[in-house]
Design a protein around this ligand. Structure first.
Ligand SMILES: Cc1ncc(COP(=O)(O)O)c(C=O)c1O
Length: 380
């Protein structure tokens, strides 16, 4: 039997251990230090865009922590409403509840599978009519790395003067009109979890608008300790900083981030080419030439009437051939835990949840693996 092919395993450059060794040698085994600073500088350089000031970035213990601190920075409090894309992982929405606020879910449009800008506007108008106040923040997500129609989302956000917190956890390296996803809104959250484009084993980061915001985020991430010679606190803080050891992994990973992104894109091209003639299977691609997805996880839509089996039956079939695949995210408006949350839906995410499948895409997936996977999909 072949070795199992996984969706997206961590892949090391070989330089990670050198950075970790340095941390041990200098006894920087704490949630600050040269690797944390170096990793932040690497990220800032990666996200820097021509003609725009580089955005300061804070390395944190998780993408979820980044989203949470983004909401805190934007002043979300108990009783507020926050609009969140429904088609996502629960970590996009959970921090809203940590703040005592209520998530309001908005469905996707069929092109990118991300937040539908028209439905977003309807949701804002309806919430204002029903509650008498504006939602406090909008959280669009770049699902599976796919850019959203962010210009249109930002236009709605600006019309109603509501800040945007981009959930770019899955979108490291994705671009919209030549600009990196995560840099459009007030804040952008990144994840370096074990299965992401790069990993720090666990970790995340928050892209900030300016140096002052970075300082404030760092303050909240280190227990909101005021500058006194003793421990003095005027606000509630969090222990959300990334450790200098994990940041060492991140520095090693940043030496290969572009190679990783290229690999995922090549894998998408291969799936597209090899599955082109399979009836009932469509490889998901960016709907616009100006959207460059990182194709973090390559995804397909399975039409059972044409393909002859459902996405879940295909998943089970691939599993028997030692291939990991996964159904798409179950939308938040269908999750029991969010049953009470208002939602604005159009059927798009529910349909994709029923018909979609993620296929192996990471740097450990070889061209030969992709051919094997496509043969498995073809052989009914
Ligand atoms: C869309 C999305 N948002 C947020 C997160 C949370 O990131 P983390 O696992 O680093 O907390 C993830 C990944 O896990 C994600 O896929």
């Amino acid at each position: 039997m072949r070795n199992r092919i996984y969706l997206c395993l961590a892949h090391m450059s070989g330089k990670e251990q050198q950075f970790i060794q340095e941390a041990f040698d200098t006894n920087w085994v704490v949630p600050l230090g040269p690797n944390v600073n170096g990793f932040e500088a690497d990220l800032e350089a990666f996200f820097a865009a021509e003609g725009l000031d580089a955005k300061p970035i804070v390395a944190l213990s998780a993408g979820t922590a980044a989203l949470h601190l983004g909401l805190i920075m934007l002043g979300v409090k108990a009783g507020d409403e926050v609009i969140c894309q429904s088609f996502t992982f629960s970590a996009s929405a959970n921090p809203i509840v940590y703040q005592g606020a209520t998530p309001v879910f908005v469905d996707s449009e069929p092109g990118t599978w991300n937040m539908d800008p028209q439905l977003l506007e309807q949701a804002i108008q309806d919430r204002m009519a029903k509650t008498g106040k504006k939602p406090k923040v909008i959280i669009p997500v770049y699902l599976y790395g796919m850019p959203a129609y962010i210009d249109e989302i930002m236009a709605v956000a600006q019309k109603y003067d509501i800040p945007v917190l981009e959930d770019a956890a899955e979108a490291l390296g994705s671009e919209y009109k030549g600009r990196k996803c995560g840099t459009f809104g007030a804040f952008g959250a990144l994840s370096f979890n074990g299965n992401k484009m790069i990993t720090t084993s666990g970790g995340g980061a928050l892209i900030c608008p300016d140096a002052q915001a970075k300082q404030r985020v760092t303050f909240f991430a280190t227990q909101a300790r005021e500058p006194y010679p003793y421990y003095h606190h005027e606000q509630i803080g969090y222990n959300y900083r990334l450790s200098n050891i994990c940041a060492g992994i991140g520095r090693g990973q940043m030496t290969v981030v572009s190679e990783h992104v290229e690999h995922h894109r090549r894998v998408k091209e291969l799936y597209k080419q090899l599955l082109a003639d399979v009836l009932g299977i469509t490889v998901h691609e960016a709907p616009e030439a100006y959207m460059e997805s990182n194709y973090w996880l390559n995804t397909i839509v399975v039409e059972p009437a044409q393909y002859g089996m459902t996405a879940d039956e295909l998943r089970i079939k691939l599993d028997a051939k030692n291939i990991e695949s996964r159904l798409l995210w179950k939308p938040m408006h269908l999750q029991p835990v969010f049953a009470q949350a208002p939602s604005y839906v159009n059927g798009v995410s529910e349909n994709l949840f029923n018909k979609g499948l993620c296929l192996p895409s990471g740097p450990c997936v070889s061209e030969e693996d992709v051919r094997y996977i496509c043969e498995a999909i073809k052989g009914k």
